[in-house]
Design a protein around this ligand. Sequence first.
Ligand SMILES: Cc1cc2nc3c(=O)[nH]c(=O)nc-3n(C[C@H](O)[C@H](O)[C@H](O)COP(=O)(O)OP(=O)(O)OC[C@H]3O[C@@H](n4cnc5c(N)ncnc54)[C@H](O)[C@@H]3O)c2cc1C
Ligand SMILES: Cc1ncc(C[n+]2csc(CCOP(=O)(O)OP(=O)(O)O)c2C)c(N)n1
Length: 433
Amino acid sequence: MKDLATIVKKAFYIARTGRPGPVLIDLPKDVQIATTEFKYPETVDIRGYKPTVGGHPKQVEKAISLLLEAKKPVIYVGGGVILGNAAEELTKLAQLLNAPVTTTLMGLGAFPEDDPLSLGLLGMHGTYYANMAVSHCDLLIAVGARFDDRVTGKIASFAPHAQIIHIDVDPTSIKKNVRVDLPIVGDVKDVLKQLLKVLAGQAEKAATFQKQIVPWLQEIDAWKAKHPMTYKSSTSVIKPQLVIQKLRELSKPDAIVSTDVGQHQMWTAQFFKFNRPRTLLSSGGLGTMGFGLPAAMGAQAAFPKRQVIVVCGDGGFQMNMQELATLVQNRLPVKICILNNNFLGMVRQWQELFFDKRYSQTCMELPIDFIKLAEAFGAKGFQATKPEEVEAVIKKGFATPGPVIMEFKVAREEKVLPMVPAGASLTEMVLAS
Ligand SMILES: Cc1cc2nc3c(=O)[nH]c(=O)nc-3n(C[C@H](O)[C@H](O)[C@H](O)COP(=O)(O)OP(=O)(O)OC[C@H]3O[C@@H](n4cnc5c(N)ncnc54)[C@H](O)[C@@H]3O)c2cc1C
Ligand SMILES: Cc1ncc(C[n+]2csc(CCOP(=O)(O)OP(=O)(O)O)c2C)c(N)n1
């Protein structure tokens, strides 16, 4: 019992430092019911746990030299920038260099997507221009990103012309999947500050760099013009991408959006256009269907005054829909947006593209009445079945106090595009026609 306060302090220290993440405290029953004097330690020292904070100064200098020599740079930003609260430093670096930035799913919001330097998402469902830029760059600087297979596609042809700099707090992340020319182990906020400091002393070289990358920025603009992130609109059926665009347009700038796993998650990543860190909650590589609703619930409890929106599919929503009771009971005004395609859409998409449309176990034609379901729990529900109803339903949903389900009957066989088929190179994208 006397150890409990120190253990809790240690657990929070480990959870928040180094590569942050969950920590399990096993609390036996005898400890739970014992009493002691509460003394919470100011600091803790854990033998064998000393995460590196600052980057090695020589590596930082080398990185700036490599960077300033580049003619085709790309900054590849991951969830580490958000976890390390380094969005401000990252944005400063990109803007100082006038260099293009692409973000992983977990990095969305670390750099404003409204900024002309933003290339949006890269990887399997990334933008054409982000994937082309990574495939043609001569310098890739990865900041708090872990080269997931959904990002790299075929490893052998990932960033084939680039020198790669990798900044990561976890040394085991470095060279795990791809070759790295210059590793910098350290906390991303500290390392970015170091880079900015070295750069500040090289203003002349930085100005030359900005000039030397102008043709590269033009090349990227041409890719943006050739294949913008777009979709075929419809006047007869609700396109899911339209719902995401309208959610973006009608929500507050600091709204928090959580997603489940599937097509709706990717459309959110492609079309919501995140401008601020910690505004997208998604389960990333864990691919946890059912994650969206409880994640939103936690966010709403932590930020009672902020708008919290869940985007989910009709499949994933059913995995935790009983939590409607918790929302109602705790007066958590989460707005739930169900993109209902009556399919386990992402799996259906793979069955369409790679298994000759042999749909198996993905068709969900149950006539679930999500509006009645909301009402059964004492929440409100609104439904849109036509494109012209989308805006009104979102407005009504946002204006209604308490938890709300907004159900959109969307185009059933819409695909998430672009798509890099599993194992293909980033340049081998299936594009929206
Ligand atoms: C259906 C589906 C499709 C997907 N498609 C895509 C896609 O097209 N594109 C895409 O990007 N993702 C996609 N994903 C998500 C993908 O699986 C990975 O979750 C994601 O790419 C990982 O992002 P990340 O590299 O930013 O890693 P994270 O998991 O966020 O890892 C962060 C990295 O930063 C490091 N780090 C943490 N804190 C710090 C710190 N303070 N300082 C320095 N370093 C730190 C960590 O050690 C780690 O290496 C998809 C997922 C699903 C389920
Ligand atoms: C718990 C769990 N089961 C299965 C999967 C595999 N899976 C990934 S996406 C997906 C389909 C999700 O369907 P839905 O929630 O309706 O969303 P949509 O893709 O239609 O937007 C499935 C079954 C998973 N990621 N998690």
